[in-house]
Design a protein around this ligand. Structure first.
Ligand SMILES: Cc1cc2nc3c(=O)[nH]c(=O)nc-3n(C[C@H](O)[C@H](O)[C@H](O)COP(=O)(O)OP(=O)(O)OC[C@H]3O[C@@H](n4cnc5c(N)ncnc54)[C@H](O)[C@@H]3O)c2cc1C
Length: 364
């Protein structure tokens, strides 16, 4: 099995693609966004990874940002008492440091590396119907598309998915200008601040597109006072609310945040998601069968030998709002067309190995 397609260029898809590539497999990586679009887009996570996970990247020699990213040497927990003092407050040192490298930096950099090393990077938002076609052209097709329409073909494993609803409303702000926690000015830590019944604020350093920064990450109990970011589009409004809630519930964290400013216009994120484990076996629409790897985000698809149905450039047979979103602006724009946002041709990598499926217009 030498010819492998991976759909999705996040932490899972890219790490796997680069690892397989380094072992001599012929890997095609499909992403619905170009590296530049990822780099200049919105933050996606807080992506703090601890020593064991970081070691996988070291083993694959993919730890390109290790010397620049802040070393997170501790982990601290503070619990707010009803009078907003701290009922519990401790910090411990980690055996091995953790790090957070903004996924905009890491994924864009890894995509470029993959292409420079000779991998085929295809810019295309794959739809479920496309997998019928792809799975016949490759020895193995892996879906590492995170969440969304494409992974929904792998059914929810109810026994391992206890929650049908999101348990927290998430709100992230990347900032410059945060002071150190006075208890440990000499080392960085992930600080978890718990407000019982209200939610948690995680604070951690990161390496972002503009260098070192810190992340203020509220996780609000749905329906509670921290579940207040929905509908806020203006990043400065998002930051103002973040700080207002910190001042109200966590004055000790607010005290070091009075001079912060957003790292960039894409430095905020808000949303919610019910954690879902998916079944390893799915079925492709045209009765082919699929199997998945143990994680919900990286299912594999395989199908019995059959004649290809149709090329992926054909319009989807069923078009839903979510599948339209999944294809993304780069797909709908087409590879050779200039980006309406940037005026650039978006999908040519430094090595020229990036390809783009140009969708045809439906005539029906
Ligand atoms: C606010 C927040 C904070 C978090 N903090 C942490 C943390 O501190 N530490 C931690 O370990 N984890 C954290 N996580 C979780 C972590 O970010 C995810 O587990 C991880 O990013 C998942 O990686 P993935 O590659 O499986 O999926 P994704 O990161 O979702 O990547 C999937 C990729 O596939 C692409 N794609 C999607 N659909 C298609 C399609 N149809 N065709 C082609 N491409 C497609 C997407 O554009 C994306 O690039 C956090 C998550 C959130 C939301």
């Amino acid at each position: 099995m030498r010819k492998i397609l991976i759909v999705g260029a996040g932490q899972s898809g890219l790490q796997l693609a680069l690892g397989l590539q380094s072992r001599g497999y012929e890997v095609t990586l499909m992403s619905n966004r170009t590296a530049d679009e990822v780099r200049t887009g919105r933050v996606m996570s807080t992506q703090c990874m601890f020593d064991t996970a970081l070691q996988h990247e070291r083993d694959l020699a993919l730890n390109f940002w290790e010397s620049q990213a802040p070393r997170i040497e501790g982990l601290g927990v503070s619990v707010a008492a009803p009078d907003s003092s701290r009922a519990i407050d401790w910090v411990g040192r980690l055996d091995g440091y953790a790090q957070s490298v903004d996924q905009r930096v890491k994924m864009a950099g890894w995509m470029d590396t993959f292409a420079q090393r000779g991998g085929q990077l295809v810019i295309h938002g794959a739809a479920v119907g496309d997998l019928d076609y792809f799975s016949r052209r490759y020895d193995l097709t892996l879906v590492a598309a995170g969440k969304g329409e494409l992974v929904s073909m792998f059914g929810r494993d109810a026994a391992r998915s206890p929650y049908g609803e999101p348990q927290r409303a998430l709100a992230v702000a990347y900032v410059h200008g945060l002071g150190p926690r006075p208890e440990h000015p000499d080392f960085d830590a992930v600080r978890c601040n718990i407000v019982p019944g209200v939610g948690e604020l995680f604070v951690m350093p990161t390496l972002t597109t503009g260098g070192r920064a810190d992340i203020l990450f509220w996780e609000g109990v749905p329906g509670g006072p921290v579940d207040a970011f929905k509908g806020i589009k203006d990043p400065s409004e998002h930051l103002a609310l973040t700080l207002e809630l910190m001042e109200k519930f966590l004055p000790w964290e607010y005290a070091r945040a009075t001079r912060v400013e957003l790292t960039d216009a894409g430095g905020t994120l808000a949303g919610r998601y019910a954690p879902t484990v998916r079944n390893p076996i799915g079925r492709l629409p045209a009765a082919a069968w699929s199997s998945a790897s143990p994680t919900s985000s990286s299912p594999t698809t395989r199908s019995p030998a059959r004649a290809p149905t149709r090329p992926p450039s054909a319009p989807p047979r069923t078009s839903t709002p979510s599948s339209s979103r999944a294809t993304g602006p780069s797909t709908r724009r087409g590879c050779g067309a200039p980006s309406t946002a940037t005026g650039r041709r978006p999908s040519t990598s430094p090595s020229g190995r990036t390809r783009c499926w140009r969708p045809r217009r439906s005539t029906s």
